[in-house]
Write a protein that binds this ligand. Structure first.
Ligand SMILES: *Cc1c(COP(=O)(O)O)cnc(C)c1O
Length: 397
């Protein structure tokens, strides 16, 4: 379906989002659309909000918008800020850059700390900026938790400590679009003010839903924020959600899917879901190491559980390699985004995924490296298989 010629069997969708949608979720979506103001819909809405509270670990409202993750970014900014407000952001990669560009377009004054796209956020730089800001002009600090372009993460608990150490009242905004449902996330404990999520990564749904988990402090700030907002305005959504409905027509069938996906996460157990992601990410890195290829992420403490970004050897085009893999083995790998285009490829290992899907994915990469004539050492798949078999006793029955 995705290569240009006819392919038999299942397509391997190993980009880091959209991720593979489970058959159960597809079947849930495939139900007749119902009245979004009727009693069955209200019951489902309540169930979904209970589930989202557990995944985000958020006691406040979690809003669901029909929209892409980018809509969630815009919502996070327009609800709490006014034109000219200072926002501190850090260049972790392509996604932090796109979010920054939205903030600039909205008329915010962004201090964008440069980065090398191979690390998460350097908290020392944040602490320095906040301590210099004695007049508290910085209204918000906006950080990407799992930078999906690079495979580098940032410890949000540490970011919280940094704000506390600097004794700074700025609101904390976190893009968790590719970590929610894949990695433990603690909105309340880390005192995040707005967490942005999306449907098509760890939550195992098709694209089309964006989330904002919101703190009391953020809601209070929204009272005096003056950026224009209508569709994204939190309060009219929260008011309708209290009645189990929405101030507009919600994406009914995607919500069926969300209801089912949340059930699946709880059936597996969130701790098991996160442990599975950690283990399969490690297995992936075993393969990359054995191939003699380089992980774009430099610091092992910052390795992502959702994806691995692999540097192509000098002189080889990652997009040509990805195209060979697609045309010959019907697998989509993630492309290099922004300034690392054609220099890297990304292996998505998040969402609805297991050992043999990983083994197939790594086989496709290893065979593709051979076909594309990329210099590498054989044995990456075997290294990953060894790791998987050695650690399978750790997985709960
Ligand atoms: C996918 C992603 C986005 C963008 O989401 P869209 O649905 O494409 O708008 C933003 N941030 C991160 C970290 C992502 O992984």
């Amino acid at each position: 379906m995705s290569a240009t010629k006819y392919q038999t069997g299942r397509h391997f969708l190993q980009i880091p989002g959209p991720s593979n949608v489970p058959d159960r979720v597809l079947r849930a979506i495939d139900h007749p659309t119902i009245d979004h103001r009727g009693p069955v819909f209200v019951q489902m809405t309540e169930r979904i909000f209970d589930g989202l509270a557990k995944v985000f670990n958020c006691s406040g409202p979690v809003l669901i918008y029909p929209g892409s993750g980018s809509g969630g970014w815009e919502a996070s900014l327009v609800n709490i800020l006014s034109a000219g407000d200072s926002v501190l952001m850090v260049e972790t990669g392509h996604f932090s850059t796109v979010w920054k560009n939205i903030a600039v377009k909205l008329g915010l004054d962004v201090d964008y700390i440069p980065g090398d796209w191979r690390h998460g956020v350097d908290t020392a730089l944040i602490e320095e900026r906040l301590k210099q800001d004695t007049g508290n002009t910085i209204k918000a600090v906006a950080i990407v938790h799992n930078e999906t372009s690079t495979g580098c993460t940032t410890d949000i608990g540490l970011i919280r400590k940094t704000l506390d150490n600097a004794n700074h009242p700025a609101l904390l905004l976190v893009d968790a679009i590719s970590s929610i449902g894949a990695t433990d996330y603690q909105h309340d404990d880390w005192r995040v003010d707005v967490t942005i999520g999306g449907s098509q990564k760890g939550l195992m749904l098709p694209p089309g839903l964006a989330f904002n988990a919101v703190s009391e402090k953020a809601r209070a700030a929204s009272k005096s924020a003056t950026l224009a907002r209508s569709y994204w305005d939190w309060e009219h959504v929260i008011a309708a959600n209290k009645e189990g409905s929405y101030p507009y027509t919600p994406a009914t069938n995607l919500l069926y899917g969300l209801d089912e996906a949340l059930d699946m996460l709880f059936e597996e157990g969130l701790d098991n879901v996160y442990a599975r992601h950690t283990r399969l990410a490690k297995a992936t890195r075993c393969a990359v190491d054995a191939w003699g290829l380089e992980n774009l992420c430099i610091d092992p403490a910052e390795y992502s559980d959702s994806l691995t970004t692999v540097l192509m050897p000098e002189g080889f085009d990652a997009d040509e390699f990805r195209n060979e893999v697609l045309e010959r083995f019907d697998m989509s790998l993630g492309m290099g985004l922004g300034k690392i285009r054609a220099k890297v490829f990304r292996i998505g290992h998040l969402g609805w995924f297991n050992e043999l899907m990983l083994a197939g994915t790594l086989c496709g990469v290893e065979m593709g490296l051979g076909v594309a004539g990329v210099p590498f050492n054989k044995g990456g798949v075997v290294a990953a298989m060894d790791f998987i078999s050695e650690t399978s006793k750790d997985v709960p029955e």
